[in-house]
Structures are given as structure tokens and as C-alpha cells.
Design a binder for this molecule. Structure first.
Ligand code: GLC
Length: 739
């Protein structure tokens, strides 16, 4: 329901002015290190001309408050009604304070922490004049070859839904338009993570049951949490481009999920309906996107919506449909207070951006996101050592520590793993000597990343003396009490247009690891990645493996705290960690299908089980689960069963654990997954402490969409229940559901 003010404004606008509100342009301002040749010639001039002509309702990629105010003045002067523009941006994991990448935040399994993190990001964004985040990215990813797995919450719809709602709360605050908060824009609607072959942008074919049971639930959670925007996806979904797909953008998004905000396209994805060979030309593309349910077109140049005047004249669209979109955009601007005060306080912005409390939140998030994959003989935490050798280029790379999808960061203040270890070691009662060597040259991509425009691509050093450097690495490893080898994918090898055909450690990193292990010095692998990489050799030959993702501005400090025990790892995997790329796609929530007893022998040439299961993660503490109980052994179909369990920290040190609840439906209208996550709680338990945890299993946790009835069902059936510290939990009970 729109306000009288919006209605009055709408009634006073001409069709051309209305169409001008439905176009969003990139506004590129590259840093010194950027590559201006990658910006289409004349793009900036075209955008400023559009502003002056009242033909731009929104801009993206403006992060400087003074530029924001200047462009806002141009926009207001450019239309009769003084309507300001809406500034959107990719606030994915922080703006100036960089948080661990989204897949890392998901690995914390801590909704409160995730909400806090995105609230900090929102505060910094709003301070510089950004009104809206193109986040959270909610695409379920079950093919780790797809680089954008890093931007979401992994393979599971339940975890993805909890994370989605937490992010929306963090961005938007108590209500849409709240001070120091911004509009959340869940993306990419929908199914983008199932790209054929893991190749970014390639087509997606998903059954209705996959869409309803796996790919749509996080979007439902975000919409239920009040998200003000949704972004459509690039690719064809079941043969129809998502951005021109009325079934998706209207029947599902509006009618089934109840979304009332505005829909923006992905970059150029509306004009690209012609490139898909779906629309005949840009006029057809704009008309079909609008009629499908698109409200705002994100474009670099020459938007399809520039042709809506023609589509209006030739009857392809009607003014009522245009009014609906303009109403949604004006309502968003009104909710943010932009119709009264669209400007930003340029002085106050710097104070907010430099708030040290933000960096503390980022460090805490990095500590809670790390996942300890292996710790033979409790090599970690490091105690009683006199020296540590740190190996690998990524240990010393500020840009890799931050990860992809950032633009306004402060590189100098970023703490690398090497810097973090050095600072920590120097501060110990008995200082520890720290040595460093890169060991092997940096791996590089086959072709530049799309983000090279910002000058962020990883480059190898032409003068790198491989033989001498590897010898030096072996020499310092031999001399040290412990070696910490930092390996993984460079930050431009993961993310958008960063799909891979293998999951190997890129370049010569495995050779470095093998050379260091061959010295006999106890070796810790610190992994920086956003997807599961092939760790079979490391798992068989190194005692400790810590996945730290891309830990952000204070990442090195957090990693040092974890390695030396000042922080205790408690993260859990948000995806299945495969042994080998040949197992793709593999996820834990598969059905029993035929001959389930041989589920672990589906390939004759490789284990068919994961290297590490979904939900897995070790700690320096040890946890035991006991006294699993259900409140009732049976319940009516719309009833609630409470599952409760004792979780005990049986170690002598405080620690964090994520208690996870999994269900399996034994029979019913459809075959159901062997296990499905339906509850979790992150716990901080002191040494020896026991906490009793309860999970409510309602009809919501048991309902699913069935391909047999092509509708939602609640079966009268029996359920297995497991609770534990990963998806392989073996503490079991059961209950039945009666008609
Ligand atoms: C990109 C991405 C989308 C992002 C948008 C604006 O191509 O697909 O996630 O928000 O363009 O940068």
C-alpha cells in the first residue's frame, strides 16, 4: 500500500518521467590501480546525461560521500519533481571494514554474529550514501566448481534460510528505512547456483521439487524477514531467462512467496534477453522483462528500458504496469527518507568508517568462522615452541586476506596471516621466532578476472627464482619447530566468472607443502579458499588443517589467535568437502535410492564418501552428546515434538560447538533425504560444562513439496532423529506422526 504522497507524485509524472525512474546505471570511478580501458568509452558521460534528463532513478558503484551528494544534486535538478536517486552497491561482506566472506560467515553457524556483521556493513554503507545492498546472495551451491559458492551459505536450505534472515535483519534493522541501515536485496532469483557444469552464467535445469525444497526456501526466509528488494538472475531457468520469466518473478515471487518490494535485474540481464535469443530486440526485451515482473533495470549502457516509451506506444506494455513499478521504487525512496533528505553528511562518514569497534566485530567473526578440519595429536594450539616458519605467498598477501567482492577497503590496515603471527609471537611471554618464505610462485588464472578493472588481479613475479625460493622455504622449515603453510586459491580465483574444472591447489602449492612436510617439521596447513579444494594428500600427510576462508581486515590477527589458542575454532562446514572433483555434485541430503548399503561404493576407483562431511568441524575442546529424548513418541500431523539433548564439554578448555538436529522420514508420499538439517544451536561451553539443548520439530520442519502430488505434503509416517556435531551424528531416537 503506497502513501498519498507517492500517489500524488505518481499522478503528476509523465510516462517518460516514470520510465526514467526504472533505470539504474553503473557509475564507475576506478581507483588509481584500476584499468580504465575496461570501462566502456563514454559510459560516465552517458550516465551524467541521463541524470540531467531525468532518465536515471538509481545508480550503483558510488562509495564516496562527496560524489554521492554531487550526483544526487544532479539527479534532483534533472527532473521536474526533484526525485532523488537510490544508491545501490555490492555490500557483500563489509564496505570499509571487511568481514570474512559470506561462506565463512555461514560456517560460523551463528545467526547473531552474522546479523551483527551485516549491521556494521550497513552502518558504513549508509554513512557514505549507499541506501541498498545487493545482498545477501542466497543461491544454494552444490557444485564447488562454481566460483560463486563463496558468496552464499553453501548447500543446505535450512542453514541457508537461517543465514538469509539474519543477514536481512542485519542490513535492514528493526524496519525498512531504519537509521544506519539499508535495504537488503536477496539475489539471484532463482536457481543460479545450479549452473550446468558449474560454469558461471550457464543454463540451469531444476525440477519443481528441487526448486521448492532446496533453492527457494532461503528466498522465502529473506522475504519473511522483510527484505525490500530481490535481484533477478542472469541465466536461463528451465529454458526461460530468469529476468524475463513471469512464472518466476510473478507467480512464484509475488503470489507464492508474497514479496512486495521491488525487483532489480542483474547487470544488463534485461537487455541480455536479446542476447539469450529470447527477445527479438531491446524494445521486446524491455517489454517482456517489465511484463514478467521486473521493476528496475540495472545497466552499464543502452538499457532495454530506454525503449519502454516505444513499447508503450506500440501496446507491448501499458501505463498501469509502469505505474506499479514506479510506485514500488518511490515507496522505497520514501521509506528511506530520501524524499525529505537525500544527502549524506560527508564529515560524519569518515568517523563511522574508522570505528575501531567495527574491526573488533570483524576479528571475532573471523575467529568464529574458521573450521578445524584435522588436528592429529593435538598439534594445535601451538604451545611450547621456540620458532615457527610461515610459508606461502598467501600468508603475506593483504589482498588475498580480504577475498573477492570488495572495493572500498583499506589495504594498509589489513592484517595478513604472517603479520598476525609475527605480532602474536612477539607478544608471548617467551617470544617465538618467526621466519617467512613464499616458497613457490603465485598461481595465476588462464584469463584475467572481471575485477581486474579495479586492478585486483593476482600476478606472478617474473623474477621469481623458483629453485632458490623453494630451497629457502625448505631451509627455514627444517630449522623451525613448526611450519605453517598457507595455501589456497588467490582471491580472484573464486567468485563471479571464477569457475574451475578442477579442485586442485592451484600452481605449485602442493609441491611446496610436500617439500615442507618432507623436512620432518610438524606442519600446519592454513587454507584460504571459498570452496572445498582437493586435500587428499594433506589429509594423509599433515597433522593439522585449519580452513580460515578469506578472513577479512583483521584476518591475520584472528588466525594467529586460533593457531596459538587465544581463540578456539568452532566453525562447521556449510558444504560437503569432496575428495575429488569427479564426485561433483555430492551433498549430504541425498535419498537412499537403490541399494543404499553400497552408498559408499558408487565409484570403483575412488571413495564415494566425502573427505569431510557437511556440518563437520573440530575444536580444541571435546564434546559429548547424551540423554537424547523426544517430548512424545508420537504426534498428530500438525503437532510439535520437542527434541532435547545434553551437550557436554568433556575437555579442560572452554570451547564452541554447533549442536545439529537431523531428521529422516522413513516412508511417505516421496522418497526423502537420508538426513535433513532441521535445527542447530551454536554453544559456548566452559570446560566440563553441560547444557541441555531443545529443538522444536513442528509441521514446518516436516512439510515438503512432493513431485508425486505436485503440492506440499505432511505425511503420517515415522521419523529418525539424530543430534550431534555434524551430519554424521549417530546419537539416535525416533517418533511417529499420526493422521
Ligand atoms: C554482478 C553480479 C551481481 C552484482 C551485480 C552488480 O554481475 O551478478 O551479483 O550484484 O552485478 O555488481
Amino acid at each position: 500500500m503506497s502513501s498519498a504522497r507517492v500517489e500524488k507524485l505518481l499522478q503528476s509524472m509523465t510516462p517518460a518521467e516514470k520510465i526514467g525512474q526504472l533505470i539504474q546505471y553503473f557509475y564507475f570511478r576506478l581507483p588509481e590501480r584500476g584499468d580504465p580501458s575496461m570501462v566502456p568509452p563514454g559510459q560516465v558521460e552517458a550516465v551524467e546525461a541521463a541524470l540531467a534528463a531525468g532518465r536515471a532513478g538509481s545508480l550503483l558503484f558510488v562509495t564516496d560521500p562527496a560524489t554521492s551528494n554531487r550526483l544526487q544534486r544532479q539527479a534532483i535538478a534533472g527532473n521536474r519533481h526533484g526525485i532523488p536517486v537510490l544508491f545501490g552497491f555490492d555490500v557483500i561482506h563489509g564496505l570499509r571494514t571487511i568481514f570474512p566472506v559470506p561462506i565463512a560467515l555461514a560456517a560460523s553457524w551463528n545467526p547473531e554474529l552474522i546479523e551483527q556483521s551485516q549491521a556494521v556493513a550497513a552502518r558504513e554503507a549508509r554513512a557514505v550514501g549507499i541506501h541498498w545492498a545487493f545482498a545477501p546472495m542466497l543461491d544454494i551451491a552444490r557444485d564447488p566448481r562454481w566460483g560463486r559458492i563463496i558468496e552464499g551459505a553453501g548447500e543446505d536450505p535450512y542453514l541457508g534460510s537461517v543465514v538469509a534472515a539474519a543477514q536481512v535483519r542485519g542490513f535492514q534493522g528493526p524496519h525498512l528505512g531504519a537509521d544506519e541501515h539499508i535495504i537488503a536485496g536477496p539475489k539471484h532469483f532463482a536457481g543460479y547456483g545450479a549452473a550446468l557444469g558449474g560454469r558461471d552464467y550457464d543454463e540451469v535445469d531444476l525440477s519443481d521439487q528441487e526448486l521448492w525444497n532446496t533453492y527457494l526456501p532461503p528466498f522465502k526466509a529473506a522475504i519473511d524477514a522483510g527484505a525490500g528488494n530481490v535481484m533477478s538472475a542472469y541465466m536461463d531457468l528451465n529454458g526461460v531467462p530468469a529476468t524475463g520469466n513471469r512464472w518466476l518473478l510473478n507467480d512464484i515471487l509475488r503470489e507464492a512467496l508474497g514479496f512486495e518490494g521491488f525487483v532489480v535485474s542483474d547487470a544488463n540481464s534485461a537487455r541480455d534477453l536479446a542476447a539469450h535469443h529470447y527477445a527479438a530486440d531491446l524494445t521486446d526485451a524491455g517489454a517482456r522483462a517489465l511484463n514478467a515482473g521486473l521493476d528496475l533495470e540495472m545497466a552499464i549502457l543502452d538499457p532495454a528500458f530506454e525503449h519502454l516509451d516505444e513499447a508503450l506506444e506500440n501496446g507491448q506494455v501499458d501505463i498501469e504496469r509502469i505505474d506499479t513499478s514506479v510506485r514500488r521504487l518511490l515507496s522505497a525512496k520514501e521509506a528511506l527518507g530520501l524524499l525529505d533528505d537525500p544527502f549524506v553528511d560527508e564529515q560524519a562518514a569518515q568517523t563511522v568508517l574508522n570505528d575501531p569497534a567495527h574491526r573488533e566485530t570483524a576479528r571475532k567473526a573471523a575467529e568464529e568462522s574458521a573450521v578445524l578440519l584435522r588436528n592429529e595429536n593435538d598439534l594445535l594450539p601451538l604451545t611450547g615452541i621456540g620458532s615457527v616458519a610461515v610459508l606461502g605467498q598467501m600468508a603475506n598477501s593483504k589482498r588475498d586476506t580480504l577475498g573477492p567482492w570488495i572495493f572500498d577497503y583499506d589495504l594498509e590496515e589489513t592484517v595478513t596471516v604472517l603479520e598476525g603471527i609475527r605480532a602474536h609471537a612477539a607478544g608471548l611471554e617467551t617470544p617465538v621466532e618467526v621466519t617467512y618464505a613464499p616458497g613457490v610462485p603465485s598461481p595465476v588464472r588462464l584469463f584475467p578476472s572481471m575485477f581486474d578493472m579495479w586492478g585486483d588481479g593476482s600476478k606472478t613475479d617474473e623474477n621469481f627464482d623458483s629453485e632458490a625460493e623453494l630451497s629457502r622455504a625448505v631451509e627455514i622449515a627444517t630449522a623451525a619447530d613448526v611450519a605453517v603453510v598457507v595455501v589456497g586459491e588467490r582471491q580472484d580465483m573464486i567468485g563471479e566468472t571464477a569457475s574451475r574444472s578442477t579442485l586442485d591447489l592451484p600452481g605449485e602449492q602442493l609441491a611446496l607443502l610436500q617439500a615442507v612436510v618432507a623436512t620432518g617439521t610438524p606442519t600446519v596447513v592454513v587454507l584460504m579458499s571459498g570452496r572445498p579444494l582437493d586435500l587428499r594428500w594433506a589429509e594423509a600427510n599433515t597433522p593439522a588443517i585449519l580452513q580460515v576462508w578469506y578472513p577479512g581486515t583483521r584476518g591475520g590477527e584472528a588466525v594467529a589467535n586460533l593457531l596459538f589458542g587465544q581463540a578456539v575454532p568452532g566453525g562447521k562446514l556449510p558444504f560437503t568437502w569432496l575428495r575429488h572433483v569427479g564426485q561433483v555434485p555430492m551433498h549430504y541430503a541425498h535419498t537412499r535410492s537403490h541399494d543404499p548399503s553400497k552408498q559408499d561404493r558408487r565409484y570403483w576407483d575412488e571413495e564415494s564418501t566425502p573427505l569431510y562431511p557437511f556440518g563437520f568441524g573440530l575444536s580444541y575442546a571435546k564434546f559429548a552428546y547424551s540423554n537424547l529424548a523426544v517430548s512424545s513418541s508420537s504426534t498428530p500431523v500438525d503437532g510439535v515434538v520437542t527434541v532435547s539433548v545434553d551437550v557436554t564439554n568433556t575437555s579442560g578448555r572452554d570451547g564452541n560447538e554447533v549442536a545439529q538436529l537431523y531428521l529422516h522420514q522413513r516412508y511417505g508420499t516421496a522418497s526423502r533425504p537420508v538426513r535433513l538439517l532441521k535445527g542447530f544451536r551454536r554453544l559456548h561451553l566452559r570446560a566440563g560444562q553441560t547444557e541441555r539443548v531443545e529443538f522444536a520439530v513442528t509441521a514446518e520442519e516436516r512439510r515438503y513439496w512432493s513431485a508425486a502430488t505436485r503440492d506440499w505434503v505432511l505425511d503420517a509416517t515415522s521419523f529418525d532423529v539424530w543430534v550431534g556435531g555434524s551430519s554424521t551424528a549417530d546419537l539416535h531416537t525416533e517418533f511417529t506422526v499420526t493422521d
